[in-house]
Ligand binder design. Sequence first.
Ligand SMILES: [Zn+2]
Length: 250
Amino acid sequence: MQEEQCEGILLQSREVGESDLIVTFWTDRFGRMAFRAPKARKSQKRFAGQLQSFARLRLVFQRAREEERLPQLLRVDPSEGVAILPEELGAFASASFAGELMLRMTDEGDANAALYALFTGFLSFCASAALTPKALARFEMRLLELLGLLPSWSRCMECGSMIALVHTARFDLLQGGLVCGDCRPTQSHEAPLLTPILRAALDALQRKVTLEGETEPLWREVLGLLDRRLCHVLGHETRSRRFLAEVIGF
Ligand SMILES: [Zn+2]
């Protein structure tokens, strides 16, 4: 079998056999992908301690002849990008949350260049600046959008009519879209009312423009809504999100 290459972020590793590791990366060319890294725990030669969480690496690997066996990781090289160290607690907690979403919301082999760019961009941001409620909300919104889990911010999901930004609407958290005043959401207690200012904030976030008079409490509220949407998609709150909230306070 021929050698192949890609770039990836290490999300998970577990020990297997006497000295091997199974390492799961999110890669630019193949999406989520697991490899067997032979002797990674014993020999420092081949991987030189580079298989650290959230390391961005260039990977050289070889697929196995039998389909059920994992591809074998042959070598790694550091790629451009900032490392996230466990000592930097805020950045590490942010990366852990983003990493868990990438692991749980995508299937093995689902390549998505836009998603990879979003993930690596978010990690670089977290490594170089303090995370804000707005930045986290932007990441969550874009992730949901790229996975097709936020259908529309301007049309009613039920009747299809346009809902002008000046009107209130409900955010159906089960379906991930808006419901107008004339239609009924799937479950009313899981369909909070979006006031015009909240709608303007969501719209500004999506269009990446500054909202006049934006405040941190407003972005916290927006983030709370997107967190609730994520909970519905995943079935429950994630531990890494709770940990992140404990570390950074939102
Ligand atoms: Zn409607």
